[in-house]
Write a protein that binds this ligand. Structure first.
Ligand SMILES: O=C(O)c1ccccc1NCC(=O)[C@H](O)[C@H](O)COP(=O)(O)O
Length: 358
């Protein structure tokens, strides 16, 4: 039995239990009363790179990542840091997640929220919507074409945006044939858990024009985000859009396990849609002091870095002075550690670093 088979077996068992506890009719009535789902695509399609930041306690590949006693607060930090969407792992056995995490995050942030789980049954999409998700992950590897079409149809009916995940050329073709508008390439082989970041570069050209592309797994910060994107030979940043789901940050120097950034870097302007929901533009000029996503008590400025960064327009000087400090790599799509005496600011839509005024 592969790792994925094992995960799916547990997911199906848990699902049967939840179905017994909460009949579909109840979910349907909750969905009827729910706020309409947010559309994440406008923000993902904005120029530059967008970040999907992830709430993930543990994983089969890496074991324990972070306790995350307050997922809503972590999600709020991600959002303040410029994440275009928040991914919440809801799988219980291997990832330590729950629908309660989804509820908590939904209640706190106004950016779109992704239910990250192993979705094999329409019931899970009803659950996702009933608990406030705007997106749901559909993994091609665990669905046949009929199931994929049915689940995508239900997503449409519910207003959910499916993030359709592929790992091979054949899966990319199946995802595209199913009409995926948001297509993820997972660099992790789910049968072995090995991550090969070249997979994104190899497969991204098979994704049809106009599709929003998501690089998943093994993206640990701005540097890997850029190099992942740079591996794609025909990349056009102005016309195409890339998102990179990142996992946790490496442990911070001052602590062992920390919640990290699962990211996709932020494109210029964030726009969310939906009646009664806030539209958030995060101009980059507003500053918010907060605990970084890695848990370091380092203030960061909203959107100073990572927003609108694209090849050829990098806020990072060529000499790499802004490269993250080794022990504390990722603080979200936000300012990374600056050298002493330097400050970051934005002007004319670009990030700059200059000497700090005395
Ligand atoms: O993260 C895992 O170990 C994993 C194992 C089996 C199925 C899925 C898994 N991860 C979930 C994902 O969707 C991501 O790609 C992930 O959260 C990012 O992972 P990484 O950057 O490698 O930590």
């Amino acid at each position: 039995m592969s790792v994925l088979d094992g995960i799916l077996a547990g997911v199906r068992e848990d699902l049967e239990e939840r179905k017994r506890a909460t009949p579909l009719a109840e979910l349907r009535s909750r969905v009827a009363d729910a706020q309409p789902a947010l559309d994440p695509l406008p923000a993902f399609r904005a120029p530059g790179v967008s970040i999907i930041a992830e709430v993930k306690r543990k994983s089969p590949s890496k074991g324990a990542l972070a306790d995350i006693p307050d997922p809503a607060s972590l999600a709020a930090q991600y959002a303040a840091g410029g994440a275009a969407a928040i991914s919440v792992l809801t799988e219980r056995r291997r990832f330590g997640g729950s629908l309660a995490d989804l509820d908590a995050v939904r209640a706190r942030v106004d950016v779109p929220v992704l239910r990250k789980d192993f979705i094999v049954d329409p019931y899970q999409l009803w659950e996702a919507r009933a608990h406030g998700a705007d997106l749901a992950l559909l993994m091609v590897v665990s669905l046949d074409d009929g199931q994929l079409a049915d689940l995508m149809g239900l997503c449409k009916e519910l207003g959910l945006t499916p993030l359709v995940e592929a790992h091979t050329g054949d899966e990319v073709r199946r995802a595209a044939a199913a009409g995926a508008e948001l297509l993820g390439i997972n660099a992790r082989d789910l049968t072995t858990l090995d991550v090969d970041r070249k997979v994104f570069a190899e497969l991204v050209t098979a994704i049809p024009e106009g599709t929003v592309r998501v690089a998943e797994s093994g993206v640990t910060g701005r540097r890997t985000s850029r190099s992942t994107a740079a591996g794609e030979p025909t990349w056009s940043w102005s016309a195409r859009h890339w998102s990179a789901r990142v996992t946790r940050a490496p442990p911070c120097a001052s602590s062992s396990r920390r919640p990290g950034f699962n990211g996709i870097s932020a494109g210029g302007t964030h726009a969310t849609a939906g009646p009664g929901r806030r539209t958030d533009s995060g101009s980059g000029s507003r500053s918010a002091s907060a605990v970084g996503a890695c848990g370091c008590r380092e203030p960061f400025s909203r959107g100073e870095f990572g927003r609108g960064a694209r090849p050829g327009q990098s806020p990072e000087p060529a000499d790499g002075r802004l490269s993250p400090s080794p022990g504390c790599l990722v603080r979200g799509p936000v300012r990374e550690r600056l050298p002493q005496g330097r400050r970051a600011h934005r002007a004319n839509g670009k990030s700059h670093v200059s000497a700090r005024r005395a």
